[in-house]
Write a protein that binds this ligand. Structure first.
Ligand SMILES: C[S@@+](CC[C@H](N)C(=O)[O-])C[C@H]1O[C@@H](n2cnc3c(N)ncnc32)[C@H](O)[C@@H]1O
Length: 292
């Protein structure tokens, strides 16, 4: 009878491959007891996480979670006996930077206590998320093994639900407020995706929402590059499999009055045709002629 294949995180591997994985892990982390895995659980309950992410959650000594929905929280709680929510760190009028620093402190306290710590974030833990990157950076600096396991992000859902291929015309992703705070160049030949528009212009980063006067400033900024009749999609991926995504098409001029919630993402389609770069094309043609 064949002996069973050895396992890592509950997955079967050929012995040689397992040895290689273990060796590469030992070169990433150092030897201190305690470890950190920041994993993404995706957007839609139970169906967007990798087997590795799930295994990290199940095998951790302590699991912290920062997820998008009470039902999703309950589901994560069913995977491990010690699951702690990071939600209590949020507070009305509390600067988000303070909240995130406190989260990182709480996570690292358990890593430093020698625990195998897993933090489950909704979506992808590395996408528009400060705390996971910071926690991993600090943990590695202190000599702990720290790893990020990707999950399906709002970006991935958006491509599927809206039928957008980022390779067709290119895709620019911006934190919506950055567009107001800094001089950014929008490439209207490609898609523009604006994240965190629900609280646009909240310079103190303490509010969940800002009102339509702030969105009017966004409309005025976007109107520098797009006609007011240009279409904007308000997009929200489903967090429960029984829900449908929110896909609402409005015009740019209607954006200030629209209802934009914290989980919504804005999508603007290209506004102009691509213009051929004749100089560079001529260089390529010259190379082609040399080949023939
Ligand atoms: C702090 S970021 C977290 C993103 C997350 N890490 C991810 O990978 O999707 C929050 C922003 O993500 C986007 N977002 C979150 N949930 C979403 C959803 N269900 N559908 C579409 N966009 C969402 C919104 O732009 C929101 O303001």
């Amino acid at each position: 009878m064949k002996s069973p294949r050895p396992q890592l995180h509950g997955l079967n591997f050929k012995p040689k491959l397992l040895k290689k994985i273990r060796m590469s892990r030992s070169t990433i982390g150092k030897s201190r007891k305690g470890s950190l895995a920041c994993v993404g659980i995706g957007l839609t309950l139970g169906s967007h996480l990798t087997p590795l992410a799930r295994s990290h959650i199940e095998q951790a000594d302590v699991v912290f979670q920062a997820v998008s929905d009470g039902i999703v929280e309950k589901w994560v709680e069913s995977l491990n006996a010690d699951v702690r929510s990071l939600q209590p760190f949020y507070g009305e009028n509390k600067a988000r930077s303070k909240t995130y620093r406190e989260m990182v402190d709480a996570i690292l306290a358990e890593v430093r206590a020698g625990k195998k710590v897993c933090v489950a974030f909704y979506g992808h833990p590395g996408v528009f998320a400060w705390a996971p990157h910071a926690a991993i950076r600090i943990a590695r600096k202190e000599g702990f093994f720290a790893h990020m396991e990707p999950g399906i992000s709002a970006e991935d859902c958006l491509y599927a639900d809206l039928g957008i291929d980022p390779g067709a015309f290119g895709c620019q992703h911006l934190e919506a407020s950055q567009l107001l705070y800094y001089r950014r160049q929008i490439d209207t030949g490609g898609f523009l995706i604006l994240w965190q528009a629900g609280a646009i212009g909240d310079r103190g980063q303490a509010r969940l929402r800002t009102d339509n006067r702030y969105r009017q400033v966004l409309v005025e900024r976007l109107a520098q590059d797009y006609p007011l009749a240009h279409k904007v999609v308000i997009y929200r991926a489903a967090t429960l499999p029984i829900h449908a995504p929110r896909i609402e098409r409005i015009t740019l001029r209607e954006l200030a009055a629209a209802r934009i919630e914290p989980p919504d993402t804005l999508v603007l389609a290209p506004a102009r045709k691509l213009v051929a770069d004749t100089q560079t094309l001529a260089k390529l043609a010259k190379l082609d002629r040399l080949r023939s």
